[in-house]
Design a protein. Sequence first.
Length: 333
Amino acid sequence: MYFNSKNNPLLFIAEVGSNHEGSFTEAKKIVKEACKSNADVIKIQTYTAENMVSKANDLERYKHFKKLELDISQYIEIAKICKKYKKKFSASIWDRDQIKPLNKFIDIYKVGSGDILNFEIIRKILLTKKPLVVSTGLSKIDEIKKLVKFIKKNSSYIKDKKLALLHCNTAYPTPINDVNLLEINKIKKTFKLTTGYSDHTIGDSSIVAAYIMGAQIVEKHFSINPNKKTFRDHQISFDKSQVNNYLRVIKNISKMISLKNNKKTKSEIKQKSEKSFRRSIYAKSIIRKGQKFNSNNIISLRPKSYVCSSKFFELIKKKSKRNYVKGDPIRND
């Protein structure tokens, strides 16, 4: 219920992330373009370097995030843009102090792979009672179990199905050999929660495969220029046309895999495929009434008519009850 799409076979999250590179003007431009796509949810990363990285212990990392910061009022304006376009707004909040001022604007919270064991922030999110998506990159099953146990202890999220788990690899970009999509089914089977995939590969192969593997949510980075070289996240991103093309592809795939039985399809019936493709038994030569059928006087031919070709050996040595000329279909009597 919380993670269903009204328009797509799965919930598609366009992850703007920090592709704005610290420019609010660029952030608005990217978000508006993402809103014009067929994505269901637009997501951004919110943080302050001060409450995210120890300046004393990792000055370079601190400077990196400081350069990419936007302020609370700008994040709120981005959320309002999403609302204007009738898109759900999601945020990976990496700063505990931003949850309170942003909460009323957020539809779905996201916890990235790096914070899966950051129980301080997770508990604050649980208190909002809003749906939560968690990426599981770097995590062993036991660590995901620890997360689920903590959430179960502190909320009704598990019972209420408000938690979704996304298989993920944190390498940017992720090599194809490290994608390991079998984890999607492993997570789904183990936790019986909405399960999906957060992608950091280049291209769409892995997210197409993820849908076929059962992903109910797919998250993919979004950029207006995936070829831009100034920031690494652009290369693993989709633009609007790529998002829409992917969603068209999986809509077609959903039709391909939705049939629940082996009965003939409408198109096969319309084209009379059974009649034209299947064979029945025909007289290969003149057969007189009372004469025995044998492998020399009968043959299996298209189109299907009376006696199915599967009855060929049952007919051998039985007596014909009528006269046949060459080419006549053998009758059921």
